[in-house]
Design a protein around this ligand. Structure first.
Ligand SMILES: [Mg+2]
Length: 105
């Protein structure tokens, strides 16, 4: 878990700040990565053909690309890891309440 936190920190600060792409280029790249994740998920379910050795690993790879690009965008707004953690806690709580609500129905 410390390695994940270190990677997130590096994406938010060192690497994110050194990334030469503009904010608009990062946004387009994020959209590209979201599309690649969608393709990987479709492939994992047999709904799309891709030439990759392991469908499950490909989903992981593309999901990580989405997270990295999201962090690189956040770096342009000077958010730090504490900001990400606080928002993640808020959003995870909301997600959990929605699941609990759907389970009661
Ligand atoms: Mg990718």
């Amino acid at each position: 878990m410390e390695a994940l936190i270190d990677s997130m920190q590096r994406a938010l600060h060192d690497l994110g700040e050194r990334e030469p792409k503009s904010l608009m280029e990062l946004q387009v790249k994020l959209s590209e990565e979201v599309g690649e994740l969608a393709a990987a998920v479709l492939h994992s379910q047999g709904l799309k053909k891709l030439n990759v050795p392991n469908a499950k690993d490909h989903v992981l790879e593309e999901a990580c690309d989405v997270m990295i690009m999201s962090l690189s965008i956040l770096s342009r707004f000077d958010f730090d890891l504490e900001d990400v953690e606080a928002m993640m806690q808020k959003k995870m709580g909301k997600w959990e309440r929605q699941i609990e609500e759907s389970e009661r129905q």
